[in-house]
Design a protein around this ligand. Structure first.
Ligand SMILES: O=C(O)CCC(=O)C(=O)O
Length: 307
Protein backbone atom coordinates (compact mmCIF):
# COMPACT_ATOMS: atom_id res chain seq x y z
CA UNK A 1 0.00 0.00 0.00
CA UNK A 2 1.26 3.47 -0.81
CA UNK A 3 1.25 5.73 2.21
CA UNK A 4 3.60 8.53 1.30
CA UNK A 5 1.03 10.73 -0.43
CA UNK A 6 3.39 11.42 -3.30
CA UNK A 7 2.32 12.14 -6.84
CA UNK A 8 1.81 9.11 -9.03
CA UNK A 9 0.48 10.97 -12.03
CA UNK A 10 2.55 11.94 -15.01
CA UNK A 11 2.13 14.43 -17.83
CA UNK A 12 2.01 13.43 -21.45
CA UNK A 13 3.92 16.13 -23.32
CA UNK A 14 1.96 17.56 -26.24
CA UNK A 15 3.63 18.37 -29.57
CA UNK A 16 4.04 22.15 -29.80
CA UNK A 17 6.14 22.46 -32.93
CA UNK A 18 4.71 24.54 -35.78
CA UNK A 19 1.47 25.40 -34.05
CA UNK A 20 0.14 28.56 -32.54
CA UNK A 21 -0.60 27.67 -28.98
CA UNK A 22 -2.99 30.11 -27.32
CA UNK A 23 -2.95 29.48 -23.61
CA UNK A 24 -6.35 29.25 -21.94
CA UNK A 25 -6.67 31.46 -18.91
CA UNK A 26 -8.76 29.09 -16.83
CA UNK A 27 -7.32 25.79 -17.80
CA UNK A 28 -3.73 25.63 -16.67
CA UNK A 29 -3.11 22.17 -15.31
CA UNK A 30 -2.16 22.52 -11.70
CA UNK A 31 0.48 20.12 -10.44
CA UNK A 32 -1.34 17.19 -8.96
CA UNK A 33 -1.61 18.04 -5.30
CA UNK A 34 -0.98 14.90 -3.33
CA UNK A 35 -0.50 16.27 0.15
CA UNK A 36 -1.82 13.73 2.62
CA UNK A 37 -5.39 14.72 3.22
CA UNK A 38 -6.37 12.21 5.85
CA UNK A 39 -7.08 14.58 8.69
CA UNK A 40 -7.77 12.06 11.38
CA UNK A 41 -5.65 8.97 11.56
CA UNK A 42 -6.73 5.59 12.79
CA UNK A 43 -4.93 2.28 12.31
CA UNK A 44 -7.81 0.94 10.21
CA UNK A 45 -10.14 3.73 9.10
CA UNK A 46 -9.74 6.71 6.79
CA UNK A 47 -11.54 9.92 7.63
CA UNK A 48 -10.92 12.08 4.59
CA UNK A 49 -12.41 15.56 4.83
CA UNK A 50 -11.87 18.28 2.22
CA UNK A 51 -9.80 21.37 2.86
CA UNK A 52 -10.54 24.75 1.22
CA UNK A 53 -7.50 24.05 -0.99
CA UNK A 54 -9.10 20.81 -2.20
CA UNK A 55 -12.31 22.62 -3.09
CA UNK A 56 -10.34 25.31 -4.96
CA UNK A 57 -8.41 22.64 -6.79
CA UNK A 58 -11.60 20.86 -7.77
CA UNK A 59 -13.03 24.12 -9.10
CA UNK A 60 -9.86 25.03 -11.03
CA UNK A 61 -8.79 21.69 -12.45
CA UNK A 62 -12.01 19.66 -12.26
CA UNK A 63 -10.58 16.94 -10.05
CA UNK A 64 -8.84 16.05 -6.82
CA UNK A 65 -6.81 12.90 -6.20
CA UNK A 66 -7.02 11.52 -2.68
CA UNK A 67 -4.41 8.90 -1.78
CA UNK A 68 -5.67 6.16 0.53
CA UNK A 69 -9.30 7.21 0.51
CA UNK A 70 -9.86 3.59 1.48
CA UNK A 71 -7.56 2.05 4.03
CA UNK A 72 -5.45 -0.90 2.82
CA UNK A 73 -7.53 -3.40 4.79
CA UNK A 74 -10.78 -1.91 3.52
CA UNK A 75 -9.77 -2.06 -0.13
CA UNK A 76 -8.17 -5.51 0.19
CA UNK A 77 -11.46 -6.90 1.52
CA UNK A 78 -13.49 -5.03 -1.06
CA UNK A 79 -11.30 -6.49 -3.81
CA UNK A 80 -11.57 -9.99 -2.33
CA UNK A 81 -15.36 -9.77 -2.20
CA UNK A 82 -15.77 -8.20 -5.63
CA UNK A 83 -13.54 -10.69 -7.41
CA UNK A 84 -15.45 -13.64 -5.93
CA UNK A 85 -18.85 -12.07 -6.45
CA UNK A 86 -20.60 -14.05 -9.22
CA UNK A 87 -23.39 -11.46 -9.32
CA UNK A 88 -21.02 -8.81 -10.60
CA UNK A 89 -20.21 -10.93 -13.63
CA UNK A 90 -23.87 -11.85 -14.12
CA UNK A 91 -24.97 -8.22 -14.04
CA UNK A 92 -22.11 -6.90 -16.12
CA UNK A 93 -22.78 -5.43 -19.54
CA UNK A 94 -20.26 -5.08 -22.31
CA UNK A 95 -19.82 -2.51 -25.05
CA UNK A 96 -17.17 -2.37 -27.73
CA UNK A 97 -14.64 0.41 -27.85
CA UNK A 98 -13.59 1.95 -31.18
CA UNK A 99 -11.30 -1.03 -31.88
CA UNK A 100 -13.82 -3.66 -30.90
CA UNK A 101 -12.34 -4.52 -27.49
CA UNK A 102 -14.85 -5.12 -24.72
CA UNK A 103 -15.49 -2.52 -22.03
CA UNK A 104 -17.32 -4.27 -19.23
CA UNK A 105 -19.10 -2.78 -16.24
CA UNK A 106 -21.69 -3.73 -13.64
CA UNK A 107 -23.89 -0.70 -12.96
CA UNK A 108 -26.46 -0.17 -10.25
CA UNK A 109 -28.96 2.68 -10.06
CA UNK A 110 -30.11 1.57 -6.63
CA UNK A 111 -28.55 1.90 -3.23
CA UNK A 112 -28.58 -1.75 -2.33
CA UNK A 113 -27.81 -3.74 0.75
CA UNK A 114 -24.28 -4.68 -0.27
CA UNK A 115 -20.71 -3.60 0.21
CA UNK A 116 -20.46 -1.51 -2.96
CA UNK A 117 -23.55 0.54 -2.09
CA UNK A 118 -22.18 0.92 1.41
CA UNK A 119 -19.06 2.56 -0.01
CA UNK A 120 -21.20 5.04 -1.95
CA UNK A 121 -22.81 6.20 1.31
CA UNK A 122 -19.61 6.72 3.33
CA UNK A 123 -19.28 10.10 4.96
CA UNK A 124 -15.75 10.55 3.64
CA UNK A 125 -17.11 10.46 0.07
CA UNK A 126 -20.52 12.06 0.46
CA UNK A 127 -19.29 15.00 2.53
CA UNK A 128 -16.45 15.61 0.08
CA UNK A 129 -18.88 15.56 -2.85
CA UNK A 130 -21.12 18.01 -1.01
CA UNK A 131 -18.18 20.37 -0.59
CA UNK A 132 -17.04 20.00 -4.20
CA UNK A 133 -20.51 20.57 -5.68
CA UNK A 134 -21.81 23.05 -3.07
CA UNK A 135 -25.14 21.31 -2.58
CA UNK A 136 -26.63 18.23 -0.97
CA UNK A 137 -25.76 15.22 -3.12
CA UNK A 138 -27.61 12.00 -3.80
CA UNK A 139 -26.67 8.64 -5.29
CA UNK A 140 -27.07 8.81 -9.08
CA UNK A 141 -25.56 5.37 -9.71
CA UNK A 142 -22.41 3.36 -9.10
CA UNK A 143 -20.53 0.91 -11.25
CA UNK A 144 -17.77 -1.63 -10.98
CA UNK A 145 -15.47 -1.27 -13.97
CA UNK A 146 -14.10 -4.69 -14.92
CA UNK A 147 -11.05 -3.85 -16.96
CA UNK A 148 -9.64 -7.34 -17.10
CA UNK A 149 -6.08 -8.34 -17.92
CA UNK A 150 -5.29 -8.46 -21.65
CA UNK A 151 -8.89 -7.90 -22.81
CA UNK A 152 -10.30 -4.82 -21.03
CA UNK A 153 -11.28 -2.24 -23.63
CA UNK A 154 -10.55 1.48 -23.87
CA UNK A 155 -12.82 4.36 -22.98
CA UNK A 156 -12.87 7.11 -25.57
CA UNK A 157 -12.60 10.78 -24.61
CA UNK A 158 -15.87 11.87 -23.07
CA UNK A 159 -17.52 13.94 -20.39
CA UNK A 160 -19.95 12.17 -18.11
CA UNK A 161 -22.30 15.11 -18.58
CA UNK A 162 -22.22 14.29 -22.29
CA UNK A 163 -24.38 11.33 -21.25
CA UNK A 164 -26.17 12.74 -18.23
CA UNK A 165 -27.37 15.87 -20.05
CA UNK A 166 -29.61 13.57 -22.09
CA UNK A 167 -31.08 12.13 -18.92
CA UNK A 168 -32.79 15.39 -17.94
CA UNK A 169 -30.11 16.90 -15.72
CA UNK A 170 -30.27 20.61 -16.41
CA UNK A 171 -26.98 21.67 -14.85
CA UNK A 172 -23.55 20.06 -14.72
CA UNK A 173 -23.70 19.91 -10.93
CA UNK A 174 -22.62 16.30 -10.80
CA UNK A 175 -19.42 14.40 -10.11
CA UNK A 176 -17.89 10.98 -9.64
CA UNK A 177 -15.49 9.33 -7.26
CA UNK A 178 -13.31 6.71 -8.99
CA UNK A 179 -11.77 4.34 -6.43
CA UNK A 180 -8.94 2.04 -7.51
CA UNK A 181 -9.68 -1.57 -6.54
CA UNK A 182 -6.56 -2.84 -8.31
CA UNK A 183 -3.46 -0.76 -8.92
CA UNK A 184 -4.11 1.49 -11.94
CA UNK A 185 -1.08 2.19 -14.12
CA UNK A 186 -0.39 3.42 -17.63
CA UNK A 187 0.16 -0.22 -18.62
CA UNK A 188 -3.23 -1.50 -17.48
CA UNK A 189 -5.23 1.50 -18.68
CA UNK A 190 -5.43 4.03 -15.87
CA UNK A 191 -7.73 7.02 -16.16
CA UNK A 192 -6.44 9.98 -18.20
CA UNK A 193 -7.84 13.47 -17.68
CA UNK A 194 -7.42 16.90 -19.23
CA UNK A 195 -7.06 19.22 -16.23
CA UNK A 196 -9.29 22.27 -16.53
CA UNK A 197 -11.30 20.86 -19.44
CA UNK A 198 -14.53 21.07 -17.41
CA UNK A 199 -14.37 24.84 -18.03
CA UNK A 200 -14.98 24.20 -21.74
CA UNK A 201 -18.57 23.31 -20.89
CA UNK A 202 -20.52 20.46 -22.39
CA UNK A 203 -19.24 19.18 -25.73
CA UNK A 204 -21.56 17.39 -28.17
CA UNK A 205 -21.22 13.61 -27.99
CA UNK A 206 -21.81 10.95 -30.63
CA UNK A 207 -21.17 7.27 -31.25
CA UNK A 208 -17.59 5.96 -31.14
CA UNK A 209 -17.82 2.18 -31.57
CA UNK A 210 -20.63 1.23 -29.19
CA UNK A 211 -19.62 3.97 -26.80
CA UNK A 212 -20.60 7.61 -26.72
CA UNK A 213 -17.65 9.93 -27.13
CA UNK A 214 -17.03 13.68 -27.23
CA UNK A 215 -16.87 15.40 -30.63
CA UNK A 216 -13.39 14.41 -31.92
CA UNK A 217 -12.81 17.85 -33.49
CA UNK A 218 -13.34 19.58 -30.13
CA UNK A 219 -11.24 16.99 -28.33
CA UNK A 220 -8.40 17.52 -30.82
CA UNK A 221 -8.61 21.28 -30.30
CA UNK A 222 -8.54 20.80 -26.53
CA UNK A 223 -5.55 18.47 -26.81
CA UNK A 224 -3.63 21.08 -28.82
CA UNK A 225 -4.07 23.54 -25.99
CA UNK A 226 -4.08 21.49 -22.82
CA UNK A 227 -2.14 18.67 -21.29
CA UNK A 228 -3.18 15.12 -20.52
CA UNK A 229 -2.59 13.73 -17.08
CA UNK A 230 -2.33 9.99 -16.41
CA UNK A 231 -3.89 9.24 -13.05
CA UNK A 232 -1.96 6.29 -11.72
CA UNK A 233 -3.43 5.06 -8.47
CA UNK A 234 -2.63 2.51 -5.80
CA UNK A 235 -5.51 0.37 -4.52
CA UNK A 236 -7.69 2.52 -2.26
CA UNK A 237 -6.62 5.80 -3.87
CA UNK A 238 -9.38 7.82 -5.47
CA UNK A 239 -10.02 10.66 -7.86
CA UNK A 240 -13.05 12.91 -7.44
CA UNK A 241 -13.88 14.50 -10.78
CA UNK A 242 -16.38 16.94 -12.27
CA UNK A 243 -18.94 15.69 -14.80
CA UNK A 244 -17.58 17.96 -17.55
CA UNK A 245 -13.97 16.88 -17.14
CA UNK A 246 -12.74 15.20 -20.33
CA UNK A 247 -11.41 11.75 -19.53
CA UNK A 248 -10.57 8.46 -21.19
CA UNK A 249 -8.53 5.33 -20.63
CA UNK A 250 -6.52 2.94 -22.77
CA UNK A 251 -7.27 -0.73 -23.28
CA UNK A 252 -5.65 -3.10 -20.84
CA UNK A 253 -3.08 -5.13 -22.75
CA UNK A 254 -1.15 -5.98 -19.60
CA UNK A 255 -1.33 -9.09 -17.40
CA UNK A 256 -2.70 -6.99 -14.50
CA UNK A 257 -6.44 -6.39 -14.06
CA UNK A 258 -7.65 -2.84 -13.46
CA UNK A 259 -10.94 -2.88 -11.61
CA UNK A 260 -12.37 0.25 -10.09
CA UNK A 261 -15.54 1.32 -8.34
CA UNK A 262 -17.02 4.57 -9.64
CA UNK A 263 -19.60 6.28 -7.42
CA UNK A 264 -21.62 8.97 -9.22
CA UNK A 265 -23.61 11.73 -7.53
CA UNK A 266 -26.13 14.33 -8.57
CA UNK A 267 -27.17 17.37 -6.55
CA UNK A 268 -30.55 17.86 -4.98
CA UNK A 269 -31.18 21.07 -6.96
CA UNK A 270 -30.43 19.22 -10.21
CA UNK A 271 -32.86 16.32 -9.91
CA UNK A 272 -33.78 15.36 -13.52
CA UNK A 273 -36.76 17.18 -15.04
CA UNK A 274 -37.86 13.96 -16.77
CA UNK A 275 -37.63 10.23 -16.02
CA UNK A 276 -34.52 8.45 -17.23
CA UNK A 277 -32.52 5.34 -16.46
CA UNK A 278 -30.98 7.08 -13.42
CA UNK A 279 -32.96 8.16 -10.35
CA UNK A 280 -34.57 11.41 -9.25
CA UNK A 281 -33.44 13.04 -6.02
CA UNK A 282 -33.92 10.96 -2.93
CA UNK A 283 -32.15 11.64 0.36
CA UNK A 284 -29.01 9.60 0.88
CA UNK A 285 -28.50 8.10 4.30
CA UNK A 286 -24.86 8.75 5.10
CA UNK A 287 -22.87 6.05 6.88
CA UNK A 288 -20.02 6.74 9.26
CA UNK A 289 -16.53 5.94 8.05
CA UNK A 290 -15.79 3.28 10.64
CA UNK A 291 -18.78 1.20 9.48
CA UNK A 292 -17.01 -0.06 6.34
CA UNK A 293 -14.35 -2.32 7.79
CA UNK A 294 -16.62 -4.61 9.87
CA UNK A 295 -19.06 -4.89 6.99
CA UNK A 296 -16.25 -5.73 4.57
CA UNK A 297 -14.91 -8.35 6.99
CA UNK A 298 -18.36 -9.94 7.23
CA UNK A 299 -18.88 -9.81 3.46
CA UNK A 300 -15.53 -11.53 2.93
CA UNK A 301 -16.55 -14.29 5.36
CA UNK A 302 -19.96 -14.66 3.71
CA UNK A 303 -18.54 -14.91 0.24
CA UNK A 304 -15.95 -17.50 1.24
CA UNK A 305 -18.78 -19.54 2.87
CA UNK A 306 -20.59 -19.39 -0.46
CA UNK A 307 -17.67 -21.28 -1.91
O1 LIG B 1 -12.98 3.02 -16.16
C1 LIG B 1 -12.48 3.78 -17.00
O2 LIG B 1 -11.37 3.62 -17.44
C2 LIG B 1 -13.24 4.97 -17.50
C3 LIG B 1 -14.66 4.93 -17.11
C4 LIG B 1 -15.38 6.16 -17.51
O3 LIG B 1 -14.85 6.99 -18.16
C5 LIG B 1 -16.74 6.38 -17.09
O4 LIG B 1 -17.37 5.48 -16.52
O5 LIG B 1 -17.24 7.48 -17.33
Amino acid sequence: MVTDGTCRSTFLPQPLVGRQMPQPSLAQPAPLAMTPRIHEESPTVRYYRTTPADVSQFQETGYVVVPNLLHGDEVALLRQVAKKDAQIRQRATTRSDARGAATTLALSNEVEDDLYSHVTRLRRIVDAMTQFLGDEVYHYHHKMMLKDAYVGGAWEWHQDYGYWYNFGCLWPRMASCFIAIDRATRENGCLQVIPGSHHIGRIDHGKVGEQTGADPERVAAALERMEVQFVELAPGDAIFFHCNLLHRSDANTSPEPRWSLICCYNTRSNSPYKPSRHPFYQPLEVLEDESLLPLAQQAALDISDDG
